[in-house]
Structure formats: structure tokens, C-alpha cells
Write a protein that binds this ligand. Sequence first.
Ligand code: ADP
Length: 408
Amino acid sequence: MSGTITNPPLADPRSTAGFSRGLVAGLLDTVETALVVAERSGRIVLMNARARKSLGVELSAEPGINLFTGLLEVDARQIFREIECGKHEVRLEVGRGGEKFLANVQWMPEPDWVVVQLQRQQDVQQVRDPATQITVQELLQEREITYRNLLAAYLKLQEVNRQKTVFLASAAHELKTPLAVIKGYYDLMLAGSLGKLTDKQRDILEESKESCERLVRLVSMFLNYSALESGKLVLQLRENDLRDCLDEVAKRWSEAFQRKGVKLEASLDPSIPNFRFDYQKVQQAAANLLDNALKHTPTGGMVTLHAGPHFWERRVAEVAPIQERRRFRLPRPNSVEIAVADSGPGIPAEHHQEIFEDFVRVDRNTTGMGLGLAIAKRLIQAHRGKIWVESEPAGGSKFTFLLPMDQS
Ligand code: ADP
């Protein structure tokens, strides 16, 4: 059986609560469920697009179909009897165009309308079909198993990686004592305690001692890294003077700079207030930057270490409108900016991100393990700070890091 129907004018315009009929009909058309709305008499008020399609009802000006007699083929009195007996909804089986539908009939007392939801029996069965349910269940189980396997593999890899780091760290640790002994003997010999040295012997010993020191630095760099890797990074936050902290590092490095003939200049702003930070860790980060600057700056070059108060506008402010930003702009600097700039060869822009990753080295002509910047980054991030580089090839490099002053 097929019929034709259009959505006739709404029976009671008040019930549309100020919405136009077109709007209500349009809204119902967006609903995936087939819906038919009718008056108590069976006169159809609305029928959405899904219902028209499922029931094969054309949308044209023929409002003659009665819900009860024309569509549901049921006695309306039977429906209302059940509703009056307190039934919230009445379910029916409806045959139409060779297909079977399940109709869910509900009554809306306020406008006295009947609302019918229609579902193809075939679709309902498919959802209830145990075979389909098993397939879904199986798929979910399979996904769960894959997820568990992946997690297990990931944890295993992590453990293997941890064991590798622990092994390398203990090997590195074993190197520390003999290196300290060798360096001690170099110092003794160079001080003349073991007899007078010729100039040639002194030169050779100086060079050997330098190599030994480089090895000590590499070993301690790796030990620092493995300590960070095994989750041993605990900040010792105390109220400290950053100028003292950086001044000590600059002094410690001044001899190495002099030896290479590179000028080191420190400008540490006296207005930096004391704030909470980990003294040793900040020294370590600054030392790694100075180490790099010295390594990459040729003799006759210059390196500057600068520190000063800084206003750090955090990312949340970027999305706020300008007026808001001005309103919340802090009156005082909230961080300290520390920068190490050199007059070395610079770093091409494509390496600016990756050089902060573990074991990444760009310049193969210098010694190192590609860990100095990775360690510095971890230490600074542990302080909730950030680090970046600005550099032009042949224009020197400037590494800057920010430390927030509100460490809790
Ligand atoms: P490494 O200990 O091997 O120097 P880093 O993590 O400290 O490792 O540095 C990674 C790479 O970044 C280096 O191999 C080098 O190519 C580049 N680099 C770091 N600092 C400088 C600098 N001041 N000038 C030029 N290149 C630099």
C-alpha cells in the first residue's frame, strides 16, 4: 500500500511555542528515526522525511491518510484504551509495502497528539541478532587483546632500555675512579713534584691532561643523563642568588676559555631578586651551554653570559584579547632570562629543534655525545622553564632559557 501526504498546517498553532511550522518540520527532518505525529482523530499533523521514505509516502498535497486506519491499520479506540489504562507507550507491528515495521505509539497529553516512532523490523532484529552481537563482542575483545599486547611490548622495551642505561651508567661510573687517579698524577707531574720537566714533556702532559678532563666531562655528562633517565631528577628548590650561581660557573670556566683564547664576558643584572631554584641544576645547565659555546667558538672569538629579569607572557595570554592581556599584565617580571651567546659558526635553522633531543649531534668535528643540550632542557623544564636557540649560519648562536621566579 502506498499513499501521498504533505505536512498539513499544525492543528494548534500555540503548541509550536512560537516556532514556525516549517522550522519544526525541518527540525524533525534531521532526526534519524521515522516519526509521525497525529491528532487524536488520526489526522496527520507532521511526518518527517525518514518516515516518508520508509513508508513510501510521497510528499504532495494529499492530506487524506489517517494514522490509525491508513497507516497503522489499527482501531484507534484500542490504542486509547491501553493509554487510559496507564500504558506509557503501545507497541504494534505494522505491515507496509511488503515490509514489516515496529511502531512505538506514545500519547502527548498537552496538545492531545499521538507520536509514532517506526523502525524496520529487519533493523531491530539485526541489532538483536546474537550473531551480530558476538561479532561486535569478538571485535572488542580482539581490540582489547591487541591493546594489552602493545602495552606489554612497550613496557618490555622500556625495561630493556632502562637496563641498558643502568648498565652503561655503571660502566661509566667504573671509569670515574681511574680517570680521577690519572688526572691527579698529571697534576702532580705538572706541579714538578715528581721531578723537573722539559718544555716538551710539559706540553705533552698539558695536552694529555686536557684529553683526560674531556673524558671526565663526557663520563659525568653521561652519568647525569642516566640519572635523569632513571627518574632520579629531584629538584632541591631553595631561595638562592642567581648571580652567585652563574658567577661561580663563569669563574670555573674562565681558565678553559683563556687557554683557548676565547673571551668570556658575564653580565649579570644586579636587580635579579633571590628566588627559589635548584642551584646545582641551574649551574649544570649553564655549564653545558658554556661548554658548547667554547667548543664551537674559534680562538679569538667571544662568548657572553647574560642574566636579567624578564616578563614571561605565558601561552594562555595569547588567546585572550589585547585589552584582557593589558588588564592582567603583571607589573613585575615573573622570570629570569639567561642567555649564552657566542661568535661561533652558528647552527642551520633545520637543526634548531632536534639538537635538544637525546644523542643528537650536528657538528661531527667536535667531541661530545649529543647529550649536553638534552640534559639542559630536562633540567630547565623541571623548573617549568623553557630553552631555545637563535642562530644564523656564520652569525653565532644564542641559547636562551627562562626560569619562572614563582617556584613552589
Ligand atoms: P654535544 O655534547 O655533542 O655537544 P649537545 O647536545 O650539547 O651535544 O649539542 C648538540 C649539537 O648541537 C652539537 O653536536 C652541535 O652540532 C650543536 N651545537 C650546540 N651548541 C652549539 C653552539 N654553541 N654552536 C654551534 N653548534 C652548537
